[in-house]
Design a protein around this ligand. Sequence first.
Ligand SMILES: NC(=O)c1ccc[n+]([C@@H]2O[C@H](COP(=O)([O-])OP(=O)(O)OC[C@H]3O[C@@H](n4cnc5c(N)ncnc54)[C@H](OP(=O)(O)O)[C@@H]3O)[C@@H](O)[C@H]2O)c1
Length: 178
Amino acid sequence: MKTTIYIGTSLDGFIARTNGDLDWLMNPENHSNEVFEGYNDFIGKIDAIVIGRGTYEKVLTFPAWPYEKKVFLLSTSLKQLPKNLEGKAAIISMKPKKLLDYLSNGGFTNIYVDGGKVIQEFLKEDCIDEMIITKVPVLIGNGIPLFGILNNDLLFEHIETKVYSNGLVRSHYKRKRK
Ligand SMILES: NC(=O)c1ccc[n+]([C@@H]2O[C@H](COP(=O)([O-])OP(=O)(O)OC[C@H]3O[C@@H](n4cnc5c(N)ncnc54)[C@H](OP(=O)(O)O)[C@@H]3O)[C@@H](O)[C@H]2O)c1
């Protein structure tokens, strides 16, 4: 079982504005074929996606459901999905380690974990194996942070960093465990 976060952040480490806005990230200047290619390579290899309710609610504002792989939507408050998402997503409420056991028993091996609170919860339980973080060269001053409080240091090995012609910088890290 492998878990990866693949996320865009501002230079000051935010994944969205306080109100959830992604205008600074979705800005057309940040779109380029080479940036999309990296995402498509990654998404082609994973077999399930775990997102939090906050991310799900943002995704519902997009013109279309963006995921082709099965989505496990973490929520304690949502009870039902819209009809068009039946079979594409499932609501679930479990702590990271238990969830990963559940997904592993279901035959999933390569999981994409997304959403601010969800990523922080997974990191707190040391349940993230790889991080691919794309920095957008903008300071937004305030917002939803990517990282939060941990119980102990987590060491990562740097795998590679790609600098894109539009100024985005994507770094890939792998968890170093003893
Ligand atoms: N920059 C990027 O690349 C990027 C990527 C992803 C998301 N985002 C942005 O980040 C924002 C969302 O992040 P967020 O931190 O607000 O929310 P989030 O992590 O997506 O969702 C948090 C919610 O997930 C549920 N949850 C978390 N852990 C759970 C567990 N173990 N069991 C059951 N439910 C659990 C809870 O929902 P309940 O209250 O229902 O229990 C919690 O309030 C959005 O604006 C989104 O657009 C940005």
